[in-house]
Design a protein around this ligand. Structure first.
Ligand SMILES: Nc1nc2c(ncn2[C@@H]2O[C@H](COP(=O)(O)OP(=O)(O)OP(=O)(O)O)[C@@H](O)[C@H]2O)c(=O)[nH]1
Ligand SMILES: [Mg+2]
Ligand SMILES: [Zn+2]
Length: 304
């Protein structure tokens, strides 16, 4: 059977990239659309009468086998996500605008926590640096040093004139990379800068409404060298719904550098012996990170 990679799904039709570069539009066999199941798992489940069906459809990112002009099956996935609906992702670029929308450390930490929770490491890209004065930019760069110190790569780009894009290109070779970040952060524009032959529709931020016009609505993978870049919707708004409050502390990865004396401590109370609280108090942990941790924890608690 022939093999290809799904790069787009729209209205039940898959676009599959073949080894020879050809792109074919194909449907999936019925057996792949729904499967009888009595077991509840993470996959999306729809109830039909009393039988539960697990949707077992191929998704963007899958390597599929093709038989008689139909997708017959997909190869085992390295990983998979539901929102956005994509598989086999190697890395996530976390795109944050330096301005418009305003830079928020809370949102940055919220996105990082969600990405770490998917067991993928984020690469932070700060876009629209041309919108800052040089003083504002150096202050932001200073603040981002902390994120570098705790192990995240941080790049600064201007997607309109190409500043910082070459450095970013190096990080994409041979991988499936998808972009995440608030709506209007500049994800589609960044892909256009990386792939100049492309012309993705990007949204014009209307200042009066603050609402976008051409928000990305489908997941697409674009070829880059021997890798892919994905523009996805549904990855611009994240919350804490998929995270357990007692797991939050593990998602702030630098906390583990400070050995807390208490078992099961959530490092919230400023008690003697909680070394994480101590580190926060002494400025070893960036104050905004610790405050954002507390805020997320409280938000989770408030929901219960
Ligand atoms: N000045 C400046 N403007 C930029 C830059 N990158 C993007 N923009 C502008 O920001 C606006 C939003 O960009 P998009 O690329 O559509 O944002 P997006 O992240 O794809 O948004 P969604 O698809 O809604 O998630 C557009 O008007 C872009 O022209 C940049 O580096 N500098
Ligand atoms: Mg977009
Ligand atoms: Zn503690």
């Amino acid at each position: 059977m022939e093999q290809g990679r799904i790069i787009n799904l729209c209205g039940g039709v898959y676009k599959v990239l073949m080894a020879n570069g050809e792109i074919r539009s194909l449907k999936a066999r019925g057996k792949l659309r729904s499967e009888k199941a009595y077991q509840v798992n993470e996959k999306s489940i729809s109830r039909k009468k009393d039988v539960q069906y697990i949707k077992n459809s191929p998704k963007v990112g899958d390597i599929v086998l093709i038989d008689n002009d139909m997708i017959d099956s997909y190869l085992p996935r390295k990983n998979e996500m539901i929102r956005p609906d994509i598989s086999n992702v190697d890395q996530i670029l976390l795109v944050f605008a330096a301005k418009e929308p305003d830079f928020s450390f809370f949102l940055l930490d919220l996105f990082i926590v969600n990405i770490i929770n998917k067991k993928i490491k984020p690469l932070i890209v700060i876009s629209k640096i041309d919108k800052l004065t040089s003083d504002e930019l150096s202050s932001l760069k200073n603040n981002m040093e902390y994120y570098k110190k705790i192990g995240y790569d941080v790049l600064f780009v201007n997607s309109l004139n190409g500043d910082g894009i070459d450095e970013l290109r190096e990080e994409l070779k041979g991988k499936i990379t998808i972009l995440s970040g608030q709506t209007g952060a500049g994800k589609s524009t960044l892909i256009n800068a990386i792939l100049p032959d492309f012309n993705l529709r990007t949204q014009e931020i209307s200042k009066s409404l603050g609402r976008g016009k051409h928000t990305t609505r489908e997941t697409n993978l674009y070829m880059y060298e021997d890798g892919f870049i994905g523009d996805t919707p549904g990855f611009s708004k994240l919350d804490l719904s998929s995270i357990d409050k007692d797991d939050l502390k593990y998602l702030f990865e630098e906390f583990k550098d400070y050995k807390c004396f208490f078992k099961d401590c959530n490092h919230k109370e400023n008690i003697k012996g909680c070394m994480v609280c101590d580190a926060a108090k002494n400025g070893l942990i960036l104050n905004s990170r610790y405050q954002n941790y507390l805020k997320m924890y409280d938000q989770k608690e408030g929901k219960k």
